[in-house]
Design a protein around this ligand. Sequence first.
Ligand code: NAD
Length: 391
Amino acid sequence: MVKRFNFSGIPTIHFGPGKIFEIPEIIKMYGHTILLVTGSTSFASSYYASKLFSQLNNQGIIVFQTRIMKEPSPQDVDEAVSDFRGKNIDAVVAVGGGSVIDAGKAISAMIPSGEPVKDYLEGIGKKHHSGIKVPFIAVPTTSGTGSETTKNAVISEVGPEGFKRSLRHDNFMPDIALVDPELALSCPPEITAASGMDTFTQLLESYLSTKSNPLTDALALEGIKRVKQSLTSVYLNGSDLEARSNMAYASMLSGITLTNAGLGVIHGFASSLGGLYDIPHGVVCGTLMGSVNRLMVNKLNSKDSESHTLKKYAEISRIFFQETQDTGDVDLAYMLVNKIEELITDLRLPGLGAYGVTTDDLEKIALDTSNKNNPVQLDREDLIGVLSERL
Ligand code: NAD
């Protein structure tokens, strides 16, 4: 029998090379004044931006602009809201990595009231958002966070008292997700690697999640197939459009699966570490993926080698080792863990120490880390153990 489940609505999706130039037509569904949110420089200085601007200009669309230079803070969101809420913005369009999309998502959510975003962050603020927002169009340039298909925006304040928390509401799912794989062609290898491992972690964690369902499982497996096909190749050759396209598709699927199935302990670490250190989200996920999954498989195997979660590990492993003889679930699960560790080395993901994490900090990080919907509960010692392996 099919398990009982709920599945949230997803945005209208426009996927494929060249789709960026459909933006002006899409905007006209909402009005003629937009706030365009972009990142540091890569998109703004590209051929795509200059052609898009000339199209917008020709069609009489008024464009206000703001830039987000790093993972967004409450201050970044509040400043943009205060600068643009009097401008009768018909739609917010965010073109960039997950940081830009999350900033745009939060700005579109806060423009109607003009209140500080911090008041509405999970675990930080006390208020509940009405869900009223300005229409929002998400256009990712990394593959990625999948933020174009999620209903949360991650906002952080980094420091000893820092936090990394979500602004979340069903209505914050972007109205339009426009995914054009050509926009990621300019990503340098280290960003391709970190954001690609974020996608892989999201797909794997949502597939193994205690809240997964048959529909999220089908999408997660499809996404993992694309990761297997293309993550290493796109890292080695960033101009391979077919590989970029596979990773953009996998990333978009990962947003849908994480929204509907939740995530695991690696994303628990992403919140605790991300509030304390200036460390890219994808690096946290990628660098911890091997040690966390090895520990989980060890624990599952010592408790019940027939467990449902081990069978799911084996299912993923079969994607990576199609031609190998099937040697049973436990062996397959370890083969997958070995493969993940190989990927971490091949993609040259740095350890946590490179961002200032020291042994003295591990206790505090472990205390702030949630297991989320992990199928295996990791305790304080386990959490400290995996962190020390990846310092
Ligand atoms: P990012 O947006 O921070 O970008 C990383 C770097 O890549 C930046 O310097 C940016 O300028 C550059 N960049 C982006 N696109 C580029 C391109 N095409 N060419 C060259 N350079 C480019 O990184 P990210 O991994 O995409 O996003 C991370 C953020 O997303 C974190 O804040 C994380 O918490 C958040 N996130 C959100 C969700 C969600 O569901 N809302 C899910 C996962 C992660």
